[in-house]
Design a protein around this ligand. Structure first.
Ligand code: TPW
Ligand code: MG
Length: 540
C-alpha cells in the first residue's frame, strides 16, 4: 500500500464517501492514485471555492468527513474562504493539497505557485484549520494521518494535509485506528448534576440547539432528551433545519428582533437556557434589545460546558448528551408547543412574486411531494427559508459567505442521493452558479430557485442611498440550457406555480427557475432583521 492509498482508506474509515477536487501538476500524481485505486469516487468541479463548499456540504449532510483535493498554491489558496467558512461553522473538512517534492524544494529556484516561502501555504492554512501535516516521511505518515483525522472529527473543524508530489506512491503501512479517549465519568456526573439542578429550579427552562448537535450525529438523542425533560426547543439561525425529522417539541428559530416574537420572548425570558452545541455569535444573538443573560445560561460548545460563571473543560457534547440521557427519565410535564404556522396555499395569479410567495410555493410543493433537503446561499433566500416548513437545511447562517448555495446543493445530492432544492440570490449565483454545469456528468438534478432581484438586495436594504448595489438583469434561464440543464423565467405567481410543478415532475436534468422579484421586495424575516439592526444601531 502507498501513502495515498493508506490515506484514502483512513478517510473512508472515518466516514468520507467521496473526494471533490481540481487537479494541477503538483496534484496529478495523487489524483491518479485516487482514480486508479477507486477507494473513494472523485468528482471534479470547476472552481476551488465550489470544491470546498461541495465537500463541506457533504460533510454536513453525512455527519462525517468531507474531502477537498487541490493543487499547491493557486488551487489551495483559492480554497481559503470555503475552508474558513467550514472552520467557523464547525464542518469537518479535510483539505488534501499537492506540494513540491523534496528535491524541488531544495533547488534554490522559486517554484511556480510559490508565494513567499514554500511554507506560506501551510502557514495560511494553520489559521483556518485545527491540525496540519505534511506527509514527507513514510514511516511517520500512518501515525500522523491518524492524529490529524482524529482532530478533524473531535473538533469538527477542517484539517490540512499536504502531499509532496514525490511521496504519493511511496510504500506505507495502513493508518492505525486510535482508541477513543477515555471518558471522565466523575466529571460528567458532576456536570449532569449541576445541569439538572439548574433545570429543576427554573421556572421557564428552554433548550436551544446549535450545529454541533448535527456535526456529532446527536439529533435523535437530543430530541429524546427534549421529550424526556419536557422542554420547548428552539434552534439558532445557524442551526435551522436541526431536528426537522425528529419528533421534538420544536418551537422555531431564535433570531432576536428578526425572529417571531413568541420565540424571542420564550428565549429571552428563560431562567435556564440550555444551549447544546450553539455558536454564540452576533447573527444569532446580538440582534436583540435584551441580550441573553449568560449567567443564567448553560452552554455546551467546543468541548466545554459553561454554567453561569464557571466552566468544565474537556466535556464533549456526545458524552454530555449520553450522560444526561442515562440520568433523565421521561417526565409527565409536557410543554405545549405553539408550533409555527407556515404559509400555505399560493394564490396562482398574475401578481408579481415576493419572497414570501416562494416560501408558500415550496411549502405547498413539499406538502404534496414530500420534504426535500435545502441548500441555501446567504441573502434574502436564507431569510425566506425561515418561512419554509422544517426540513434539512444547509446554509451559511453564521459565517455568511456568498457562493455556498449551488455547490453545497451538489455536495448534498452527491452525498445523500436525495434531490435538493437550492435557494440562491442572483448575486451569489454570479459567484458559483456555474458549478451547475457539472451536474450532467454526475447525474445530479437539483431544483434551483434563483431569487433574481437584479440587486445585492440585502446590502441595499442596509444602505439604500448607494447605487453600487444594483446589478444588471442576467438571463439565468437561458444560461441553464448551455450548462446542460433546463431553465425558465417566471414573473408572476401563476408562472412560479407552474414552473415548480414542472420541475418536480422532470428528473434527470437540473431545473433552474429564474424568479424575477421586484427590487426592494423583501421577505418578512429580512424586513424584521433590517429594521431591528437599524433600531439597535440608532440606540447606540
Ligand atoms: C463572499 C457580502 C452579503 S449579502 C450580499 C453581499 C454582497 C448581497 C447578496 O446578493 P444576492 O442576494 O445573492 O443577490 P439578495 O437577496 O441580497 O439580493 N462576498 C461574500 N460573501 C458576502 N457575504 C458578501 C460578499 C454580502
Ligand atoms: Mg439579489
Amino acid at each position: 500500500m502507498n501513502i495515498t492509498e493508506s490515506l484514502l482508506y483512513a478517510l473512508k474509515a472515518h466516514g468520507a464517501t467521496r473526494v471533490f477536487g481540481i487537479p494541477g501538476d503538483f496534484a496529478l500524481p495523487f489524483f491518479r492514485i485516487i482514480e486508479e485505486s477507486a477507494i473513494l469516487p472523485l468528482h471534479t468541479l470547476s472552481h476551488e471555492p465550489g470544491v470546498g463548499f461541495a465537500a463541506d456540504a457533504a460533510a454536513r449532510a453525512n455527519c462525517a468527513l468531507g474531502v477537498a483535493a487541490v493543487t499547491y498554491g493557486a488551487g489551495a489558496l483559492n480554497l481559503v474562504n470555503a475552508v474558513a467558512s467550514a472552520y467557523a461553522e464547525k464542518s469537518p473538512l479535510v483539505v488534501l493539497s499537492g506540494g513540491p517534492g523534496h528535491g524541488e524544494a531544495r533547488s534554490g529556484l522559486l517554484l511556480h505557485h510559490q508565494v513567499k516561502t514554500l511554507d506560506s501555504q501551510r502557514k495560511i492554512f494553520e489559521e483556518i484549520t485545527c491540525d496540519q501535516i505534511c506527509l514527507d516521511d513514510a514511516a511517520r505518515a500512518p501515525a500522523d494521518i491518524a492524529r490529524v483525522l482524529a482532530s478533524c472529527r473531535r473538533h469538527s473543524r477542517p484539517v490540512y494535509i499536504e502531499l509532496p508530489r514525490d511521496m504519493v506512491a511511496v510504500e506505507c503501512l495502513p493508518v492505525p485506528t486510535l482508541p477513543a479517549p477515555p471518558r471522565d465519568t466523575d466529571k460528567l456526573d458532576a456536570c449532569v448534576d449541576e445541569v439538572l439542578q439548574r433545570l429543576a429550579r427554573a421556572a421557564a427552562p428552554v433548550l436551544m440547539v446549535g450545529v454541533e448537535v448535527r456535526r456529532f450525529g446527536l439529533e435523535d438523542k437530543v430530541a429524546e432528551l427534549a421529550r424526556r425533560l419536557g422542554l420547548p426547543v428552539v434552534t439558532t439561525f445557524m442551526g435551522r433545519g436541526l431536528l426537522a425529522e425528529a419528533d421534538a417539541p420544536l418551537m422555531g428559530t431564535y433570531m432576536g428582533v428578526a425572529g417571531l416574537p413568541e420565540v424571542t420572548q420564550l428565549v429571552e425570558s428563560s431562567d435556564a437556557l440550555l444551549m447544546l452545541g450553539v455558536i454564540v455569535c452576533d447573527t444569532n444573538f446580538a440582534v436583540s434589545h435584551k441580550s441573553i443573560d449568560m449567567r443564567k445560561a448553560i452552554l455546551a460548545f467546543d468541548a466545554q460546558l459553561s454554567i453561569g460563571h464557571h466552566t468544565y473543560a474537556d466535556v464533549g457534547l456526545a458524552d454530555l448528551v449520553d450522560h444526561l440521557l442515562q440520568r433523565v427519565q421521561a417526565t409527565d410535564t409536557h410543554y405545549a408547543v405553539a408550533r409555527q404556522v407556515f404559509p400555505r396555499g399560493l394564490v396562482a395569479d398574475g401578481a408579481s412574486i415576493a419572497p414570501h410567495d416562494i416560501a408558500t410555493a415550496i411549502n405547498d410543493l413539499m406538502a404534496t411531494h414530500g420534504r426535500m433537503p435545502i441548500a441555501s446561499d446567504v441573502g434574502d433566500c436564507l431569510f425566506t427559508a425561515m418561512d419554509i416548513d422544517h426540513t434539512a437545511l444547509l446554509g451559511p447562517g453564521y459565517y455568511a459567505t456568498m457562493g455556498f448555495g449551488v455547490p453545497a446543493g451538489l455536495g448534498l445530492q452527491a452525498e445523500t442521493g436525495q434531490r435538493p432544492l437550492i435557494l440562491v440570490g442572483d448575486g451569489a449565483f454570479q459567484m458559483t452558479g456555474w458549478e451547475l454545469g457539472n451536474c450532467r456528468r454526475y447525474g445530479w438534478d437539483p431544483i434551483v430557485l434563483v431569487f433574481n432581484n437584479a440587486r445585492w438586495e440585502m446590502l441595499h436594504s442596509f444602505q439604500p442611498e448607494s447605487t453600487f448595489t444594483d446589478l444588471d438583469e442576467w438571463d439565468f434561464a437561458h444560461m441553464a440550457t448551455g450548462m446542460g440543464g433546463a431553465g425558465v423565467r417566471v414573473q408572476t405567481r401563476a408562472e412560479l406555480h407552474a414552473a415548480l410543478d414542472h420541475a418536480i415532475s422532470t428528473r434527470g436534468q437540473f431545473q433552474l427557475i429564474d424568479i424575477r422579484i421586484p427590487r426592494g421586495v423583501l421577505s418578512q424575516a429580512l424586513q424584521r432583521f433590517v429594521a431591528g439592526v437599524k433600531r439597535l444601531n440608532a440606540v447606540e
